[in-house]
Design a protein around this ligand. Structure first.
Ligand SMILES: [Zn+2]
Ligand SMILES: [Zn+2]
Length: 251
C-alpha cells in the first residue's frame, strides 16, 4: 500500500479541485477557445506551453478536435448539424451527456478536416500532445495518488477529470443556450449565465460571445466581469500575449 505524502482535510481537497478546475477552464477558454478557435489573440510560446501542458495533463483532449467541434457549433448553431444544441437535443441531454455529443463529433473526420484548419502542428503537437493525449491523465493519476494516497488521490483525480465534461460540455454548451439573460438578439439561443464570469473564466457570458465571436473580451456591460480578460490583460502587459484587434474587440 502506498503511504500518502500528505493527508489533507477533505475541505482542502475540495478547494484544490476548484482551484485546479478553474485553471483548466482558464486554459481551455484562453488557449483553445479565444486563441486557437477564434484567433482573437496570439500567445507567446512561454505562455502557450504551460497551458498546453496543463490541458494535456488533466483532460486528454486533442486541440484540433476541440477547435473543430467548437467552430462547427458556431457555424451551424441550433440546427441538426450543431454538435451539441440543447434546442435540438434538449437541455438535460446536453447538461448531463454533453461529453457524449462532443466525443461523437470529435470522431467525425469530415468535421476535423473542414473545421480544424490552422491549429498548431508543431513538433510538440506531432510527437507529444496528440499521439499521447491519453497519457497525461494517467500520469496525473499516479502523481496525485503518490501525494494524497488512494482515496483522496482518486477523489481529486476524478474531480479534475469530470471538470471540463461537466462545466464546459454540460453547463456552458447546455445551459449557456437555455438559461440566463440575453443582451443581444442573435439568431441562436445563446445566453449569459451570469454577469460575473469568474468560476468558468468568463465563458458564462456566452450570449456576448456568440454576438462577437472574434473578440477576446467577453464582458460588454458595466456590470459584467470576465476574469479571462483580466488574465489576458496581465499577459499582454508581460508581453506574453498579443491581441488581434478587430472591429469586434471593443465593440
Ligand atoms: Zn454556444
Ligand atoms: Zn466560441
Amino acid at each position: 500500500m502506498i503511504e500518502a505524502l500528505f493527508s489533507l482535510p477533505w475541505w482542502q481537497i475540495l478547494v484544490l479541485i476548484v482551484v485546479c478546475g478553474h485553471i483548466t477552464i482558464m486554459c481551455t477558454s484562453l488557449y483553445l477557445h479565444r486563441s486557437l478557435t477564434h484567433q482573437s489573440l496570439i500567445f507567446h510560446p512561454i505562455a502557450a506551453f504551460p497551458m498546453r501542458l496543463w490541458l494535456w495533463f488533466v483532460t486528454g483532449m486533442s486541440a484540433k478536435e476541440w477547435v473543430a467541434v467548437h467552430r462547427k457549433h458556431h457555424a451551424h448553431c441550433e440546427t441538426e448539424n450543431d454538435p451539441h444544441s440543447p434546442v435540438v437535443h434538449g437541455w438535460a441531454s446536453i447538461l448531463f451527456l454533453g461529453v457524449k455529443y462532443y466525443r461523437k463529433e470529435s470522431q467525425n473526420p469530415e468535421t476535423i478536416e473542414k473545421f480544424g484548419k490552422g491549429v498548431p502542428n508543431d513538433i510538440l503537437e506531432q510527437k507529444w500532445f496528440e499521439p499521447m493525449k491519453y497519457a497525461g491523465p494517467f500520469i496525473m493519476l499516479g502523481v496525485v495518488v503518490y501525494f494524497f494516497g488512494w482515496l483522496q488521490g482518486l477523489v481529486f483525480w476524478t474531480g479534475l477529470i469530470v471538470w471540463v465534461p461537466f462545466w464546459a460540455a454540460g453547463v456552458i454548451n447546455g445551459l449557456g443556450h437555455t438559461l440566463g439573460y440575453r443582451t443581444y438578439e442573435v439568431e441562436d439561443e445563446s445566453r449569459n449565465l451570469s454577469p460575473l464570469g469568474i468560476l468558468l473564466s468568463g465563458e458564462e457570458l456566452h450570449n456576448n460571445h456568440h454576438r462577437f465571436p472574434t473578440s477576446p473580451k467577453f464582458s460588454r456591460k458595466w456590470f459584467e466581469f470576465d476574469i479571462g480578460w483580466l488574465y489576458i490583460r496581465m499577459l499582454v502587459f508581460l508581453k506574453l500575449a498579443r491581441i488581434r484587434l478587430t472591429d469586434e474587440t471593443f465593440a
